[in-house]
Write a protein that binds this ligand. Sequence first.
Ligand SMILES: O=C(O)CCC(=O)C(=O)O
Length: 269
Amino acid sequence: MMNGALSAEQKDFYRRNGYLIALPSIYSLDEMWLLSSELPSLLALLRPGETAKDIREWHKTSNYLYEIIMNQKIHDLVEGILGPNFYCWASSFFIKELFSSSTVGRHQDAYYWPMHPNNSATIWLAFDDVEEENGGMKVVPGSHLHGVIKHRRSSQTKSILTLELESGTFSEADAIQFRLKAGEISIHDDRRVHGSPSNPSPRRRAGLTIRYSGTNVKNDLSVNPNFKAYLCCGVDEYHHNPVGQKPVERFARPSFKAVSNEEAGVDPK
Ligand SMILES: O=C(O)CCC(=O)C(=O)O
């Protein structure tokens, strides 16, 4: 196992800014085309009234997603951020269809998660070419350095998420626009402020988020009882969390839902 695929400069940039882009592609265009062509089989498992955002933690039951979260190229990059011992525990789609008014209100992921300490990183895998025109993510560099900030219920009824930061908590002018080609990823810290605008374009904007945490991070099972850790790299010397099993089916949905702080009525601030 190589000691991470990130240079010292990239690690330093991540420490200071809380994100990384311009990374080597994870999937070729052909591989991405194959993955995209299988996505409808997963979406077909959604029930009436559900949307793609309800595909949460389906890597527990779908090999289609399990193989992505266990991709060695992704792990080599994450190792440069989280160190040699880490696990995966979450995956979810953020899909904005063409001409979609859906947004994502500015937030910090850590506010949603009953997990301590803060030592988690999100991979955002682009299923489509993503930029400003089709609602790509915007991030506030360095915002992870100020700890977890209180959120309020989102005033944007079009937001895919339910919470957002008060305006004035960060400077809109400082936000950086992410641009990714299909098959590329960005990485962000769990306290970094980010969100995304609507997609008024004639092109879909789909991304899969995959959440990795150092083995020192413990989930509070009283909030999120169905949490399972999938060791990706190294050893788990802490044994803080229940361990997940590899799925047996290509496409299947779990019988239990993931629960965030907000869904459990817990305010972490
Ligand atoms: O896809 C987006 O626009 C936002 C994704 C997000 O909020 C996340 O990765 O935590």
